[in-house]
Structures are given as structure tokens and as C-alpha cells.
Design a protein around this ligand. Sequence first.
Ligand code: GTP
Length: 393
Amino acid sequence: MNDFLDVLVFGIPALLVGGAAAYAGARLRRRGRSDGPPAVPTTDAVDGSAVPTTDGTPPGVAVDERVEEPALEVPAVEAPEPVAGRLVRLRERLARSGSPLGTRLLAVLSRDHLTEDDWDEIEETLLLADVGAGPTTELVDRLRERVRVLGVREPAAVRALLREQLLELVDPSLDRSLATTPGVADDGSPHPAVVLVVGVNGTGKTTTVGKLARVLVAEGRTVVLGAADTFRAAAADQLQTWGARVGVPTVRSDRDGADPAAVAFDAVSRGSAEGADVVLVDTAGRLQNKAGLMDELGKITRVLSRRAPVAEVLLVLDATTGQNGLNQARVFGEVAGVTGIVLTKLDGTAKGGIVVAVQRELGVPVKLVGLGEGPDDLAPFEPEAFVDGLLQG
Ligand SMILES: Nc1nc2c(ncn2[C@@H]2O[C@H](COP(=O)(O)OP(=O)(O)OP(=O)(O)O)[C@@H](O)[C@H]2O)c(=O)[nH]1
């Protein structure tokens, strides 16, 4: 019966999405032939002066370099998996990466008489799982109080208590929806929702943009990708391949080190021209100092906002990097106006506490989590499913 329901609930939409993706892919390929090269990515004027334009390109961004989607090997267009319930996979992934935080806490809390040493062990377990000093103290204080007042000792009651307290720490009240609804400009014309993806290299940014494109396609959205990580051509190739797999076009530059703002601008222009719902912009994260990062991200946002406002700035963080990841989060939080966090490689760590620490640090919610290297291993973050994953036993 369950299998039958699965086919109804997931199989049919998957077939429909697959058909739509195949149609979109074919349409885009046809368009590619008849309309010439997709977009014309641009670069800054050499002297940095404002360049008068006639095509809507903002001053300071000169059209001096043709950019095309190079003919990479086109993969077959696939149907992404449905998005609902993906976080359930976390259980199995956490099980593989060692005993999760919740299981260790449960083991101590279930002891007959909790001594000071036991409470120290609980505190240490939370700190080692990257929960952070402030939230750890809060949780230990609340647990001590509840255990004293309720006197709960049966395993089921201890588990329920821990679940409730962990959930409170993760904060189910935060708005974790992605701003991916197209907007309307002052003149009444529609524009795509622009999502900027930032973070240092190696955290899984490009992969996340590719996976997010699949999530959006699975939800029936039309998407354009912007390869504004112009540091290396391979990153754009990687993104283009991700897009091609679900019939999504990529705007890119053919020159390493081209102006990222110009590529991003072009991607949004193309998204607007084609009536796309969402433009996802991948950025580089290699800048070694804050001033450089601020300049680059500030310029991208400024240039983009002449076409459409940036609806969402997603910061990609690697869950396995602990305190180092938090330092990165702090810097990006200051310069980029982050609106949501994507925590990648959660499958590679038993330290789920980073979710709590990073939300506290930045004051913005974790919206998506990476659960593996598979194309559909990106899940919307759901506090309940996450805490249940930690408490599996
Ligand atoms: N296990 C696991 N691996 C992931 C996840 N997300 C990304 N990765 C891997 O992390 C590696 C780096 O990913 P990229 O997307 O290239 O990282 P990037 O931040 O764009 O790096 P640059 O392109 O070099 O700037 C790749 O091998 C990905 O497959 C995840 O959720 N789990």
C-alpha cells in the first residue's frame, strides 16, 4: 500500500517534472540555435570609468567580451527527485558518520542518578558537537531544571524531554522559506527572484547551486544559472553541466577572472528576458581579505539591483569545519547581508550542533542542508526531522 502511495505521490509528479524538464531542455536547445549565443557577459571598463551604454548595461560595466555557453557534452535531461521528506535521509547518513549528538546525550541522561560528573559530561558532549558555549549553558540549565522538577527517569520521558529542549534550541519558529517568487518592478514588469550564493571555496557552493536548481525544477520553477565564480573556468563548466542535466541554461564568461558582477548582471538580464522565475548566481569565495570580499560582493549586489533586487543571499558553510566555519560565517554576515544558511556535508559529521551555533552567530536560519554528494542530496531544513535524526537509536 505504501509503495502504491509512493508511486502516486512521488512517481507521477516526477514523471510530469521529467517531461517538463525534457521539454524545457529541448526548447532551450532550439532557442540556442535560433537566437544565437545566449548572453553577452561583460567586463569593467579598463580605466574603471563610467561607460555610457545603450543596452541597459549599467555604467562601469562595458560590453567588450562575448560570452557564450560553450558546447560541453550535453548530458541527458533528468527528472530531479521530489523534495518532500528528503531530510529523513539524515538518519541514515548520521548513523554512518558515528554516534550522533542526541544518542550520546540520551545515554548519559538515562543513568540512574545524575551526578555533577554526568552533567559535566553532557556539557562536554554539547561543546564537542559545536553547539557553542552560550547555547550549551542554556540547554544544560534547562535540562537540570526539568529533570529536578519532573523527576523524569524513564527512557521514553527522558527522550521526550531532550527532544523538546533540542527543538527549542534549533528554533522551529524561524522562517526557513526561500525567497524564490518572481517580483514586479516599479514599471509593472515582472522580474525573477535573484538568489546570490556566497561562501569560501571548497564548502560546496557550486554543487549547492546545481542541487538547488534541481530542487526548484522539481517544484516546477524555471531557472537560469549565473556562473559568477569566474576564478576558474572549471567552476563554470561544473555549473553548466549541473544545469544541463535538468534543462537549465547557464550564463558564464569564457575568460578566467572576468568581472563577476557583469556575468551576474547578464544572468539576471537573461532570466528577465526569458521570464524565468529564479536566477541563481554562484560567486567566488577566494578573496583573502574582508575589504576585497566586501568590494566584490557589494559590486555584484549594486550592479544586480539595477535589473532586479537580490531576494536571497545564501551563505554556504561546510558543517565539518566547526569553529573555522563560524569565523567565515561572521565575515560573510558582515559584508553580504546573508538571509539564509546552507549547511553542507552534514552527512560527514556527527556534530549536528553547528546548526544551533551558526544560527545564533548570524541571527539567520539554516534553510537547506547538504546530505551527500548525490545530485538530490540537498534538503530543506526541518527542525523536527533534524532533531529526530540526532535522537535516532
Ligand atoms: N559529502 C558531501 N559532500 C559535498 C556536499 N556538498 C558538496 N560536497 C562536495 O564538496 C566538494 C566541493 O564542492 P564544490 O561545489 O566544488 O565547492 P565550491 O565551494 O564551489 O568550491 P570552488 O568551486 O572551488 O569555489 C565536492 O566534492 C562536492 O561533491 C555534501 O552535502 N556532502
